[in-house]
Design a protein around this ligand. Structure first.
Ligand code: DX5
Ligand code: ZN
Length: 225
């Protein structure tokens, strides 16, 4: 039994073959999907929103981890989040760098009242100290080990220190959040995050790429063990 969750990001999927990709992941034993929403505002890339998410949640029973890389401008945070409230969405992550201070509490309350894990992401240049005030209330902290925006980037090693620090703080204060890492995970880097004590690993291009089913199963098993 794996001690952490492996959540493939479908950002690098071929969208003409999305159901094929999802079937393959299911067959390889995957239970979670990491859903990267990008708005060409917070990050220099555009991905997908609630309607493709609905296609997935209507047709598959994956648990969904929504990662919002967005800057909310012309809407309240609650109105923005509502369309993502779908069956099997278990966790929603907002970025510390994009969420306005006044909205942090609204975000956390929205998630809690809808039985979803409230998660906050920190980009590589944000420190653990910057989110310290929120840690007692969060269900998950996502440590970005690449700059948000694209799959297939190189793992930034200083992220390990942040994972270790978050783990220490959690133990010292009896806090409950889980720790997730996202970006540049492959057969070499996952050892590092595993040793640091991670609870959830996102893997994009390492799992969702042009590999056959045997290789996919092998990679999933590697990550899980
Ligand atoms: C990057 C996204 C990641 C990305 C991971 O901004 O948040 O989830 O898809 O892809 P890899 O694993 O290829 O770095
Ligand atoms: Zn992500």
């Amino acid at each position: 039994m794996s001690q952490f969750i492996v959540a493939p990001s479908i950002l690098t999927a071929n969208f003409l073959k999305l159901s094929h990709e999802l079937d393959r992941l299911k067959k390889a034993g995957i239970n979670w999907i990491h859903y990267d929403v990008m708005d060409y505002n917070f990050v220099p890339n555009l991905s997908f929103g609630p309607s493709i998410l609905k296609n997935i949640t209507d047709n598959y029973d994956f648990k969904i981890d929504v990662h919002l890389m967005v800057k909310i401008n012309n809407s309240t945070i609650v109105d923005y989040l509502k369309p993502f409230l779908q069956k099997n969405v278990f966790q929603i992550t907002m970025h510390y760098e994009s969420i306005e201070n006044k909205d942090v509490q609204n975000f956390i309350s929205f998630c809690k009242s809808n039985n979803i894990k409230a998660s906050m992401a920190i980009s590589p240049d944000t420190t653990v100290e910057q989110i310290e005030n929120h840690l007692s209330q969060l269900d998950n902290v996502l440590v970005m080990s690449v700059y948000p925006g694209f799959g297939g980037q190189k793992f930034i090693e200083k992220s390990i220190k942040k994972i270790e620090k978050l783990k220490r703080h959690r133990e010292e204060n009896n806090w409950a959040y889980t720790i997730e890492v996202d970006g540049g995970i492959n057969q070499d880097t996952y050892h590092l995050v595993q040793k640091a004590g991670i609870d959830m690993i996102v893997a994009g291009s390492y799992l969702v790429s042009d590999i056959d089913e045997v290789e996919l199963r092998k990679r999933v098993m590697n990550l899980e063990n």
